[in-house]
Design a protein around this ligand. Sequence first.
Ligand SMILES: [Zn+2]
Ligand SMILES: [Zn+2]
Length: 271
Amino acid sequence: MLSEKKEQAIKANYHTHTKRCHHARGEDREYVEAAIEAGLQILGFSDHTPYPVREGFVSGMRISLDEADDYFYSISSLKKEYAKDIKIHIGVEAEYFPEHFHKLLDFMKDYPLEYMILGEHFVPEEERGRYLGAPFTDVALLEEYTKDVIEAIHTGKFLYVAHPDLPNYVGEDKDQKITDAMEQICAAAKQANLPLEINMLGHVRGGQYPSDYLLKAAAKYGNDMIIGMDVHNPKHFYNPKAIDECIGMAERYHLNLLTCLPALGDELNVG
Ligand SMILES: [Zn+2]
Ligand SMILES: [Zn+2]
């Protein structure tokens, strides 16, 4: 039995992982029940996508290719089973790897994929590239990240950009370089009418994102924002304090905060 729904200010979350990415915990069903209990009306699963990069390469941080069937089967089943209680969407969080992205689209063709969010963790790709969430000083990596994110935005394949402010650049002229990167991304996202994420897990962890660089640039370009919980544990859904603080960031910069994504046909029940 689920206990009485708790009240918090967010009713839709499109950024949710499962244990298949090897760094999240809990069963799929526990995520659904925790989301319902936290008062969500819309739950988007967007685990780290399986990615056919190179034959034989096995990633330690995403759904493996041979677990893709299980992911889509499990979430599809829960979507039906819980349809009365919550609207579930099946998506993935994916990088845009310029050389390999077409293989990902091809791989997904036969799956009931409803949406992708862009989560650009590596440049130029995972196997030989760099993870940009760790501190780095080479500005060329930041520029490459920016270029790839903008290209990704222009593919029209993504519903929003997760943690655009992930790069942990600590090199020369940091303020100006990150500001430039965020402004370029915000300009492209605005032009494409693509929302940008305020990442709640990042806020809870106290890392480099969500950052003032992003919020300032978004204020300058008038971007739509959305809070993504980036749930890696069913317990992450209920966090009224963190949610309020993320809403506070948007308010501080007078940003337009979306409460759900109409692009997926979603609307919230009020009252
Ligand atoms: Zn993750
Ligand atoms: Zn994520």
